[in-house]
Design a protein around this ligand. Sequence first.
Ligand SMILES: [Zn+2]
Length: 76
Amino acid sequence: MPYPRCQSEQMVKNGTTHNGKPKDLCKDCQYQFVENPESRRISDETQALIDQLLLERLSLAGIARVTGVSERWLQT
Ligand SMILES: [Zn+2]
């Protein structure tokens, strides 16, 4: 998986954002970014499955369990 500015693998943990997401820092270019933003983590395939489950009137908690996405994400 390519990193935003360079292909460095010198990534270090750099605390968390104000909303608790882990931040990484590239030691080579000092670029900081949030690890695995949730909106990026959902594949088209998963999104299609979620749509299908919503049509089946499955609860958000159930969908979260089946698809592995967070219930909180589903509410947005
Ligand atoms: Zn870098």
